[in-house]
Design a protein around this ligand. Structure first.
Ligand code: CTP
Length: 411
């Protein structure tokens, strides 16, 4: 039976992953509680190490309640002298995340000081380490802190730039802890197999808007979710990502470069410029096929007459990309249909000289515009048709890249 209810598809990208979460002394420690809750919901197992100063801002009980595990803060346990948490946690964790990382913890870890559980664990932990600095902007910009951050980076530690804005003490500048999405994506990236490393991937997303007058425009129902999921997935799997996006209600993420455009014409210009350097181009945007011939600089007033708006064809960006495709470049299109999905998809793949087309029937429940899920078919030039089940858009993105890598290897 078809499921018509808009129930969220369960997507748990951190299922079974063990995260050791180090919390040092900074006001952003309170955000760690919320982030840990979010990461747990996505399947992660979490054990928290709290520094002495961290425990001034948040309590161990908060974290043991949230994680279901004891909260670690001491190197020693009088009742169990053989238990060495810095070794046990190093063996258990797939990734060590320090969030928030104070100037003090950055200085100590960069210089090999090991005078408490978190700094000692940092030395014994030989899997991936992620550090999220958060502090007053003047402290963050201080050369001593910057030198220490560079030292950590030189040793392979991922130090994620804090965001700009107003910090708790009222100062403005770079020092704010990034939002949950950035933290999640960076953790997923640390844990991912980087099979897209070294590739330049250009993704388009969202609708375009074709203006009629200062108030009105012609657009479509694209939310931009599918394109954004593809761009994120490419980033997590190690690619250099450029996103060209039409207007959506989602903020472009800070961790890869985005270009925001409005019209089909603007999208065409940006895509043609970026396409030069791209190894893979994925056109997930719902580009308008027609645009008003004239634009009225003042508001069009209503009258008693019927109204006609003359439209002209826009450039078919993907077709143009297909015509000028460079050797080795992979071109992927999308195709949203209401009928004859496979035939229409294959026709577009041939006409636009594509290597893969992702076809979906937007009348199916859970597929297409605005849903978090999609139900697609992947079609290649040999007419191999792969039907994917209803999946979260990020899982669809994973499967698209798996398929692209197979195209690349010729299988
Ligand atoms: N596309 C594009 N430029 C356009 C229109 C579409 O690059 N002016 C791209 C879309 O991003 C998508 C693919 O072409 O990857 C197919 O888009 P779709 O709207 O399904 O098909 P069209 O070619 O526009 O044909 P039709 O609207 O008649 O189905």
């Amino acid at each position: 039976m078809t499921n018509h209810c808009k129930e969220p598809h369960v997507f748990r990208p951190l299922e079974g992953k063990n995260i050791v979460f180090g919390i040092s002394g900074g006001i952003a420690a309170f955000k760690a509680a919320d982030y840990i809750r979010g990461l747990k919901k996505l399947g992660a197992n979490i054990k928290v190490v709290l520094t002495e100063n961290g425990a001034r801002f948040v309590t161990p009980l908060t974290f043991s309640a949230l994680t279901g595990n004891p909260c670690f803060h001491s190197m020693f346990d009088q009742n169990n002298p053989s238990f060495m948490p810095h070794i046990e946690l190093a063996n258990w964790g797939d990734v060590l995340v320090i969030l928030p990382a104070s100037a003090d913890i950055i200085g100590k870890t960069a210089n090999g000081i090991a005078d408490d559980l978190l700094t000692t664990l940092f030395l014994s932990f030989d899997s991936k380490k992620l550090v999220f600095p958060s502090m007053n902007p003047a402290m963050y910009e201080n050369p001593a802190v910057q030198d220490n951050i560079q030292r950590l980076r030189d040793r392979g530690v991922v130090v994620v730039e804090p965001e700009e804005g107003t910090v708790v003490c009222g100062a403005k500048g770079r020092g704010r802890l990034p939002g949950f999405d950035t933290v999640l994506v960076q953790i997923r990236k640390a844990l991912a197999h980087k099979d897209l490393k070294g590739l330049n991937i250009l993704v388009t997303s969202g609708p375009t808007r074709e203006p009629i007058d200062p108030i009105r425009f012609i657009s479509n129902r694209s939310s931009g979710k599918m394109g954004l999921a593809i761009a994120k997935t490419a980033f997590i799997r190690g690619a250099r990502v450029r996103l060209v996006t039409g207007p959506t209600c989602m903020e472009p993420p800070p961790y890869f470069g985005s270009i925001q455009v409005e019209t089909a014409n603007e999208m065409a210009q940006e895509v043609f410029r970026e396409a030069e350097a791209a190894d893979i181009i994925i056109m997930a945007a719902a580009v308008a096929d027609y645009s008003p011939v004239t634009y009225s600089a003042s508001k069009i007033k209503k009258s008693d007459q019927e109204m006609t708006i003359r439209l002209e064809k826009t450039t078919d960006i993907l077709k143009e990309l297909g015509a000028r495709k460079k050797p080795g470049q992979i071109l992927v299109g999308f195709c949203a249909e209401t009928e004859d999905l496979i035939e229409n998809g294959f026709k577009k793949l041939e006409q636009k000289n594509l290597d893969l087309i992702v076809a979906n029937n937007i009348t199916e429940p859970g597929a297409g515009f605005d849903w978090d899920t999609n139900k697609v078919y992947l079609i290649d030039p040999d007419k191999n048709i792969e039907e994917l089940p209803l999946l979260h858009k990020e899982e669809v993105a994973e499967r698209i890249f798996d398929r692209i890598l197979k195209l690349n290897s010729g299988s």
